[in-house]
Design a protein around this ligand. Structure first.
Ligand SMILES: Nc1nc2c(ncn2[C@@H]2O[C@H](COP(=O)(O)OP(=O)(O)OP(=O)(O)O)[C@@H](O)[C@H]2O)c(=O)[nH]1
Ligand SMILES: [Mg+2]
Length: 292
């Protein structure tokens, strides 16, 4: 069998389960998944290799109309994923209405790149409703395959994988076969903390935070990590820390546990909070954080 390889880019509206889907497909918890929209901020590659193929998935931020510079940068990474795809997985779910962000959907449907419509979260639906939804998608995207899945329950993974493989072009691998992603450990460490912040705080806070790993020292039996949590306003600092520092402590404990599982090593984590006024609109700060 000739070797197949290609870029499979995962696109869709916020919160439909793109990151959960990529993690299910590669079998690793790489990309942060939370119940809040706009969890993913960067394009993140997850590579799945076998003897006969290499699939380079890209998880991307959910599609939105940018209101500040950070969101514009998030949308640029979505645009880049439209450009270099061999195959697009357009993820929707059983909850959202089809007309959400129709304009972008039609840009995807009108492009020459092959696409698969992935209907996620079918565990929340029933047979009858799902059939209706699949019928609707057949009308909107007559040239695309439509695969219902439950990324959370790993339901229909094989059907989706086989479909992807049947469309993937022949070619040599792009990356070494044991490579899992294009990002370094530090990135995932900072994402673990950001994920805990998304889970712990409400309203504007999760969207006003960025995490920077200031130091990372690996010793024989422990990894020592120093992290800075940036917020956009003075008042947000107190909210992050919480009464007697309890909230931040909770974030730290949860993050440390997850890091220990990820690194398979004991972790000592130190964090402090810094105000960087309106960093989401500061090109200098966005550059520092790797958005531009
Ligand atoms: N019931 C159910 N929930 C799911 C499924 N897949 C994902 N979710 C949930 O949907 C929410 C969003 O999942 P994410 O994977 O973070 O979604 P996303 O599309 O990456 O979101 P953004 O990065 O914000 O654009 C989380 O609470 C997931 O647990 C599924 O198959 N069934
Ligand atoms: Mg995501």
């Amino acid at each position: 069998m000739p070797h197949k390889s290609g870029f499979v880019n995962i696109l869709g509206n916020p919160n439909v389960g793109k990151s959960t889907l990529m993690n299910m497909l590669i079998g690793e918890k790489l990309s942060v998944m939370t119940s809040k929209a706009q969890t993913t901020r960067h394009r993140i590659m997850g590579i799945l290799s076998d003897d006969d193929y290499q699939i380079v998935y890209s998880d991307t931020p959910g599609i939105l109309n940018p209101k500040y510079e950070l969101q514009s940068s998030m949308m640029r990474s979505v645009e880049s994923a439209l450009d270099d795809a061999d195959l697009i997985l357009y993820v929707t779910d059983v909850v959202e209405t089809i007309d959400k962000n129709e304009e972008f959907l039609h840009r995807i449907l009108d492009s020459d790149v092959p696409k698969i419509i992935v209907i996620n979260k079918i565990d929340l639906s029933n047979q009858e409703k799902l059939e209706e939804l699949v019928d609707k998608w057949h009308v909107i995207a007559p040239d695309s395959n439509i695969i219902p899945v439950s990324a959370k329950n790993k339901f229909n993974r094989d059907a989706l994988l086989n479909n992807i493989l049947s469309i993937l072009p022949e070619g040599e691998p792009y990356f070494p076969k044991d490579q899992l992603t294009d990002r370094y450990e530090r990135f995932f460490i900072s994402e673990i903390i950001r994920g805990k912040i998304l889970e712990t705080y409400q309203k504007e806070i999760p969207y006003s935070v960025e995490v920077e790993i200031e130091s990372y020292k690996e010793e024989t039996s422990i990894v020592r990590i120093g992290a800075v949590i940036y917020v956009a306003r003075d008042t947000q600092k107190g909210i992050i820390i919480g009464h007697k520092g309890e909230k931040l402590k909770r974030v730290g404990t949860g993050a440390r546990r997850e890091m220990e599982a990820f690194l398979a090593k004991k972790v000592f984590l130190e964090m402090y909070v810094k105000v960087s006024k309106d960093w989401r609109d500061s090109s200098g700060m966005l550059k520092k954080f790797g958005y531009i």
